[in-house]
Design a protein around this ligand. Structure first.
Ligand code: SIN
Length: 290
């Protein structure tokens, strides 16, 4: 289904085409380097409506990626890479996701293995509201990124789970990243009750759409506050199976020049493994939440 986006001015010809899956839309007719206020408003509305937007064939420098992201809010600095490296020189906002190693040091995070389902930086009290990821180099196959809708997860929750879920908080682990690597400066731990991280409500209301959604963050070291580990794991197993069911997901196969912007509050994502001898280089910004 395609439509001209409301809010686009006469000079804009933005086209928003739903992926046909539970979430996601491709936005055509835009160069993200030069957007009118009407186009920005139309992109913002499409992002709220579809949760994940794909822009093909963009040619953005790091400065352009930052400038585009800033239309939607202030940016967070990039988290520390696994190597301890802080950010791309001159661009503290750019987080590099890559398996490429230069002079023995990885230029980015997450390697070439699977990155499991997660919400970016939800181990913080104020995680970013959005992430914008741009593909600079992609492998010939593998490395696809999937997204799942947490609105859909709430909607799919059986009624016997809804009332208990509303009163719960869940621990979002700050020990491991989605590639399974221990974060720089953190001691490895597998006890979710004492591991570093933040408690967030399990069910949240989206501040812009007013819709309810689950907020799971990541599974490793997750814990439902006040429960025994066994009871917490049993309930989390049920919730995760619902949230990541195929019917609630959309999978994206990357091309160089793709830019994908997701709502980090109501979407989780994961990445497939790929051949470690191929190069994959992605640059990401994080738009402040709160
Ligand atoms: C991420 O978790 O932000 C990276 C996803 C990807 O590498 O596709």
């Amino acid at each position: 289904m395609a439509g001209r986006a409301e809010g686009a001015g006469m000079a804009d010809s933005i086209e928003v085409r739903s992926t046909g899956a539970a979430l996601g839309a491709e936005v055509g007719g835009v160069d993200l380097r030069s957007l009118s206020p009407g186009a920005v408003a139309a992109i913002h509305q499409a992002w709220l409506d579809h949760q994940v937007l794909l822009f093909r064939d963009q040619q953005l420098s790091d400065a352009d990626l930052i400038a585009f992201s800033r239309y939607f809010g202030e940016l967070d600095e990039a988290p520390i890479q696994e190597s301890g490296r802080r950010f791309v020189d001159g661009y503290p906002e750019i987080y590099v996701v890559s398996n490429v190693v230069v002079d023995g040091v990885p230029i980015g995070s997450l390697g070439a293995g699977e990155a499991v389902w997660h919400t970016d930086m939800s181990y913080l009290p104020q995680p970013p509201k959005a992430s914008v990821l741009m593909a600079r180099e992609v492998p010939p196959s593998g490395g696809d990124t999937s997204f799942c809708t947490m609105y859909g997860a709430w909607d799919a929750l059986p009624h016997d789970l809804r009332a208990p879920a509303l009163g719960l908080r869940v621990k979002h682990d700050g020990t491991y990243n989605s590639g399974g690597f221990v974060r720089a400066g953190v001691t490895a731990s597998d006890d979710p009750r004492t591991a570093p991280g933040t408690m967030h409500p399990l069910v949240c209301v989206h501040p812009e759409t007013g819709r309810r959604h689950l907020y799971l963050g990541r599974r490793r070291n997750a814990w439902l506050e006040g429960m025994s580990i066994e009871d917490s794991d049993a309930l989390l197993d049920r919730l995760w199976a619902i949230a990541t069911a195929d019917a609630l997901t959309w999978r994206h196969q990357w091309r160089v020049g793709d830019v994908v912007m997701w709502d980090n509050r109501c979407v989780m994502h994961r990445r497939d493994a790929f051949d470690a001898s191929a190069r994959r280089v992605m640059h990401r910004t994080q738009i402040k939440g709160g």
